[in-house]
Design a protein around this ligand. Structure first.
Ligand SMILES: *Cc1c(COP(=O)(O)O)cnc(C)c1O
Length: 376
């Protein structure tokens, strides 16, 4: 018998209440999506994709270096430069591959990679496979980061510090001014993965502007189009030289079929709406305040977060699953997040809010949530 670990691993997941299954999404009110601005169903975004498909077909036909780079791709990159203030930008098919690409392309054997403990799996995994030395600092602790840089920076050629802007499972924001200052002081580059900040935050649509930083304070910026932008794909923004380097040397970029032009047009339209329909961000932030305030009145203790991600810590994985199931039976989609996505004993309901929600939706969630919590 070979590969017996497959049966064993699945059985163990079941025993630990950690078995993952994919439920087909139904008509429930969705409090688990990352479609924070409600753009995935916007008629103009849908129309842009359709128009793009009519003009360019549905596939890009090859890598960006062969046939996969059109006016639509170039226009989207220009728009991202305008929005973020970086010199240059580059499109990827997913945030996962963008993160892998960056860490692979930039770090070698004698280099140092320093990551926040709670960074996304795509970043941590890239670090594990990288020949560089990887160290992790305590979540959002710039003093611990400073200690690590002081101890390890001198023996290494190049150092890269990586943090999320808004943390995906906790919803809190990295202290970017402090982290950026440490990086400057220790001659390390900083990469901010802003998957959950881009488009969501009221100041300038990203974590840098939200915290009063300029593009020049950060070396590399990455965000996805699959969260607030409502589509799929990702981009990296940096200096022109770094982007030129990626175009020349990044294998996940060079050897992967480019994003379809129709999709680039659709993302472009979604970005335009993000910038012009400013009521979406305002409404979202009103809902966040309202939800937090009402939870506090009902003695429901949320994790500390001011963003669209409002997690409710449950602890036990099976209990979290049970509450999630109870809510699902009542037409509310609130997914439980379990280890290893989050640390052991911190299973939670990851509640996300969207500009498509109405106050009535939040009220319904509050009522059902309170009942489900009282029941257990
Ligand atoms: C979702 C996410 C990614 C991956 O992006 P995809 O486009 O979904 O592959 C990377 N980093 C963070 C923090 C994320 O939340």
């Amino acid at each position: 018998m070979a590969f017996e670990f497959i049966t064993q691993a699945l059985r163990q997941q079941q025993t630990d209440s950690l078995l993952r299954t994919r439920a087909v999404c139904n008509e429930a009110i969705n409090f688990s999506a990352n479609d924070y601005l409600g753009l995935s169903t916007h008629p103009d975004v849908i129309a842009a994709w359709q128009r793009g498909a009519n003009e360019h077909g549905v596939g890009s036909g090859g890598s960006a270096l062969v046939t996969g780079y059109t006016h639509a791709h170039a226009a989207l990159e220009d728009k991202l430069v305008e929005i973020t203030g970086f010199e240059s930008s580059l499109l990827f098919n997913s945030g996962y591959s963008a993160n892998q690409a960056l860490i692979k392309a930039l770090l070698n054997k004698n280099d140092l990679l320093v990551q926040d403990k709670l960074n996304h799996a795509s970043l941590i995994e890239a670090g594990v496979y990288s020949p560089a030395t990887m160290k992790r600092f305590k979540h959002n602790d710039s003093n611990h980061l400073a200690q690590i840089l002081m101890q390890y920076r001198p023996q290494h050629a190049n150092s890269l510090v990586v943090t999320e802007g808004v943390f995906s499972m906790d919803g809190d924001m990295a202290d970017l001014p402090a982290i950026s200052q440490q990086c400057k002081g220790h001659d390390a580059w900083l990469l901010v993965d802003d998957a959950h900040g881009f488009g969501v935050l009221p100041q300038g649509h990203n974590s840098l502007k939200q915290q009063g930083l300029l593009a020049a304070d950060v070396d590399l910026y990455m965000a996805t189009f699959g969260k607030a932008v409502g589509v799929s794909g990702a981009f990296v923004a940096a200096s022109k030289e770094v982007i030129d380097y990626l175009v020349n040397f990044s294998k996940p970029y060079i050897y992967s079929t480019a994003m379809p032009a129709a999709m680039a047009m659709c993302i472009d339209k979604a970005l335009t709406i993000m910038l012009t329909e400013t009521w979406r961000v305002s409404h979202l932030n009103q809902l966040i305040c309202y939800f937090k305030q009402q939870c506090s009145l009902c003695n429901i203790t949320l994790m500390p977060s001011d963003t669209a991600i409002q997690p409710l810590l449950i602890g036990d994985a099976s209990k979290a699953m049970k509450i999630s199931q109870t809510l699902a039976n009542q037409g509310l989609l609130v997914k439980a997040i379990r280890p290893p996505t989050v640390p052991l004993g911190t299973s939670r309901l990851r509640i996300t809010l969207s500009a498509n929600h109405r106050i009535e939706d939040i009220d319904l969630l509050l009522t059902r949530l309170k009942e489900a919590l009282d029941e257990k």
